[in-house]
Design a protein around this ligand. Structure first.
Ligand code: SAM
Length: 288
């Protein structure tokens, strides 16, 4: 615990104690309406900061809110995650890759944006998690729009070599330290050293390089994590800048709620002590 605490106190300084307390509290998720319809949800209060979202209501079991075809109306997720996916700004007709897709909350947002026109690969190498992802697609995406979706099981590192210059847009929502969950597991926390975060940062860098090869010239990538570690967030972009500065440019993030996130050197970071949401780091780059 103390190595963990010292590492982050050293980085976040006087802010760390409040941040640590906020991380221990329950995260503030919202109900996002999937494939929004004209239906008005009289029993739900809109979440004013983010379009198409509602505050959870304990009288409503969102998993049971289904339409005539048994499709679920809502997906329960962190506002930071919604913003990460929306920041890719997927348009109808595009070819999209969600490189690390399960369980699929962000992939659903990207799929919706295609409106049945274009193609999206939802990729997840873990078999169990891929089954969960397929269920999320079945439970939320109407039959007639599902033909634009393929579920793949590749190691994300393969895309750069196997599918060069292929996608208009790529989301790399990378596997990360997930400190919010970690702090509830004392046995793992006691074993934590910065090496753990360094190892993940190196894997994330590999995935981002693969995405950079696999996206078309002028195509864009969102790199996101739910980590608070500087090594896994700006650190990964810093390394990319050092090694491949002439292959990409950083794109400024804009849009709903983005001003609630801290500005970092390359992107934005939603932290629960100030924004109430996250942690969620988001950076956007364009291949040049
Ligand atoms: C942060 S989670 C993704 C969450 C997901 N994007 C969502 O919004 O529901 C990261 C995922 O990356 C997957 N993953 C791990 N190693 C990977 C790799 N080498 N290539 C692609 N995905 C990987 C993990 O199994 C995990 O499901």
């Amino acid at each position: 615990m103390s190595k963990f605490f010292d590492f982050f106190e050293n980085y976040y300084g006087s802010r760390w104690k409040n941040l640590f307390t906020a991380l221990k509290e329950e995260d503030q998720k919202v109900l996002r309406e999937v494939f929004p319809s004209d239906h008005t949800w009289d029993n739900l209060t809109p979440f004013k900061l983010l379009s198409g979202c509602y505050l959870p209501n304990e009288d409503l079991d969102y998993t049971k809110e289904v339409d005539a075809d048994n499709l679920r109306h809502f997906y329960y997720m962190d506002p930071g995650s919604i913003i990460a996916a929306r920041s890719l700004e997927v348009q109808e007709g595009e070819t999209v890759l969600d490189m690390c897709s399960a369980p699929g909350g962000k992939g659903l947002i990207l799929t919706e944006a295609l409106m049945g026109n274009g193609h999206i690969d939802l990729n997840e190498p873990s078999r169990n998690r891929r089954e969960r992802l397929k269920k999320v697609v079945r439970d939320h995406v109407p039959d007639e729009l599902r033909n634009v979706v393929s579920v793949k099981g590749q190691d994300g590192l393969n895309f750069g070599l196997k599918f060069k210059d292929t996608y208009d847009k790529i989301l790399v929502d990378a596997p990360c330290s997930g400190e919010r969950h970690l702090i509830h597991r004392p046995s793992e926390l006691s074993k934590w050293t910065p090496k753990r975060s360094k190892r993940l940062a190196s894997r994330q860098y590999g995935l981002l390089c693969s995405a950079l090869l696999s996206v078309k010239p002028r195509g864009t990538i969102i790199y996101s994590t739910c980590s608070i570690s500087p090594l896994e967030n700006d650190g990964v972009l810093e390394k990319l800048k050092l090694k491949k500065s002439d292959s990409f440019e950083v794109v400024e993030l804009e849009g709903e709620m983005i001003d609630k996130a801290d500005k970092t050197k390359f992107g934005r970071l939603f932290l629960p002590d100030t924004s109430g949401y996250g942690p969620l780091y988001i950076a956007k780059i364009r291949k040049v």
